[in-house]
Design a protein around this ligand. Sequence first.
Ligand code: PA5
Length: 492
Amino acid sequence: MKSLKFDLNNMFSHAVGTKHGVTDKDLAVIAPAAKKALAHIGKLLSSEKNRVGIGLEWTRLPYQDKENITKLQKLGDEIAASYDNVISLGIGGSYLGLKAAQDALRSPYYNDFPDVRRGRPRVYFEGNNLDPDTLSVLIKNLDPKKTFLIIISKSGETAEPKAAFTVIEEWLRAGAGAAYGRQIMAITDPASGSLRMRVKEEQSRDPLSFRNLPVMKGVGGRFSELNVGLLLMAIAGINIQDVLDGGAAMLERCLKSRLDKNPALMYAALNTVLYRKKGKSIAVMMPFSETLKSTADWYVQLLAESLGKKYARKIKISEDGRETWCPDLRKVVNVGRTPIPARGTNDLHSIQQNNIEGENNKTVTFIRVENFKSDIELRGTGDFLSGHRYSELLSVAEEATEWALVRESKPNCTIVVPEVTPFSWGEMILFFEMATAYEGELLGINAYDQGGVEGYKNYMYYKLKKPGMAEGIVKEIRRNPLKKKSKYIISA
Ligand code: PA5
């Protein structure tokens, strides 16, 4: 099986100059920190307590029990054979990876054509927004009797999926009859949270109702695709063992001790130099593939939530080697590169102008696919396009974009994917996850919490009068209302 290749040339000074590229000296300076990051991650991974406690248990997901995976694949087939539609509810880590897998590994226009779906159900994603228009259209047009529902929420309390679940559950109850709960799969925390409580209640009434799967302990939302996303992949007919095998193969590469053999460590080290020393604070992720666009969206969450942090990390180590991480409130760092998703060639007519001529404050990561599932030859156009294949044009466009960036001393790199398969997609997921873990180490922050996301959630809960809010949070919101002056609101 051909593995992913990483062409990092254009991040270096020989390609884009010493002001904007990484020099040999820069690399020598960061190498000890990279070595330390690798050693620290390695040490954490060797201890289950630390993996679970800190949130690195996702590194075990590629090695799930093969028999369970076969059972899950079968369950997916059974659900696929019984329903015309599947709705998957979830947001953030409970949505982006699923959408990424669906788009990358199933055919384009999957929902539109029965031949393309090969008898499998249509897949719809909801509960990832509070926009009433999409959900309304969906429930007006689907048949509840023929629809299977997956609700994914680790906490069970996230407003978007919780609201959508309330609506869809009601719709199922009204349209599918008393045993509607048998059409529901809940993927949630194994022990706690409101969704888990609900599952317990429903199962005590009818054990076939509200079937459920656990979000594994120590696996945070944005690192959970190879956990919470497997069932939907199985329903859509994707070989989930292949995805996991790809993840395992990449994990092995990303634990290699030599920096020049470890793609995730090298990618993290180069991006850290470019960010900290050369001012490249924006990370554009640009696959040259329409079907990998959602993978870029998934990466945006991974990078933004993992590395966008206010405080440095403080580590406490107990006598048995157990680590506890907490924010060092005396060290405000406000770090993290800002990710931007894009896709070639579409966005060459959009963000590319800024990439080329705008501020030199970004790195662009291209994903180039070497072999597509299909190809089209252009015949008889009588011009420069004649006789060329689409895949060839796309590849030339990617090379041309690299060239245009290099001409302007804009650092970039290319991940070469031999073909988008479950295996190579699994490789991609683990590569980006490991690179993010190393980047977190190099920045000295906790890549596994997301304190910043809580702010808006708390304010919403306060406005909606959610019971049980911590008094301190309520006081903080009351002390700091939004300041609105009418003179700055322009009405007609
Ligand atoms: O990465 C994370 O932990 C978050 O983005 C969560 O995935 C997101 O907030 C959804 O949370 P939950 O699954 O608890 O509904």
